[in-house]
Design a protein around this ligand. Sequence first.
Ligand code: SAM
Ligand code: SF4
Length: 355
Amino acid sequence: MDINDIGIDNNEAAQLLVDGFGRQITYLRISLTDRCNLRCVYCMPKEGVQLLSHSEMLSYEEILKFVNALVSRGVNKIRITGGEPLVRKGVVNFIEKLNNIDGIKDMAMTTNGVLLGKYARDLYNAGLKRINISLDSLNNEIFSKLTRGGNLDSVLKGIDIAKTVGFEPIKINTVLMRGDNDKELMNFINFAVKNEFNLRFIEYMPIGQNISQAITSKELIDKIKTEYKDFEPKKIDERSVSKEYYFSAQKNNKAVIGFISPLSEHFCNDCNRLRITASGKLRLCLFYDEEYDIKEILNSNASDENIYKYLLDVLQKKRQTHLFNNKNNKNETDNLQNNNNITTDGNIYMNKIGG
Ligand code: SAM
Ligand code: SF4
């Protein structure tokens, strides 16, 4: 598509990024790389991983150009993810440049924490103040099994250093899967209470795997309530996709337990997000396979205005809702099978799209 052919008049051009269902885009998730120093079972295949070459990846300059164009149209929240963002060379310098863009109100990173010990201080000094660390087990053996060889101590050390350096809040993301790590529910709760962490349970999304391992947030909440009678919902923050709980009898404890339920209570109606993959593909939704190449437009001399027009056009194709929990919808699931990110085992994996 020639971006200069998109017929959008001046009035429309003055608008923000709004899709066909009236949802305004304010949040961009950027996958810096598809590479990772772990191989989590629910995210990457064991083998047959086809990684991007350096030249296939968006350069930092291209990402910054894209962010600038979006921020001038109302995007004010950025999350850096991956693959593992900290394995990409030059990440600290990139964060510093991102931090210098006027209009970004909230910049955060999701990391597996393995390299946090090495980078936490530099990242903090470069302007990153919010961090989410993924941690799916507090048991050495289970951690190693779920990450296919990862070392739990390196992540715990990374979390400690992030805390010392001043990251606030530190959020821990945990995916519990039936039969794998679901028995650790109360260990995680005690860990959060002891360290006053913000712990968030994310429902397992059956991308490439078996839905029978999924556990709903409701099931977890009911179990926690049997042990902690004072486990109560906090006042609802409409902007957050996480439904937060606290321990009402422990007034001075700052621990917060959040539940993110993309499967059982999808938040599609309020979806304000876009994703870009490391190879420069714009994804309108985690579920659908449609991707739009932004490399071409970023490599042309397109102005911010023209990037905006292109995006506005593409955005009209954003679907109303995902269908993760409706695997019987054949037409829609067939779409997944046509996806470029599918690996040799025929599945699509999260490391390619950033979670
Ligand atoms: N490597 C970083 C990390 O692990 O935090 C960032 C990328 S990872 C793809 C981002 C998030 O996606 C992690 O919190 C991970 O737990 C989550 N994730 C990956 N695959 C998932 C799945 N199938 N269901 C739910 N969450 C998933
Ligand atoms: Fe790597 Fe993160 Fe995926 Fe685990 S969840 S394999 S750490 S990208």
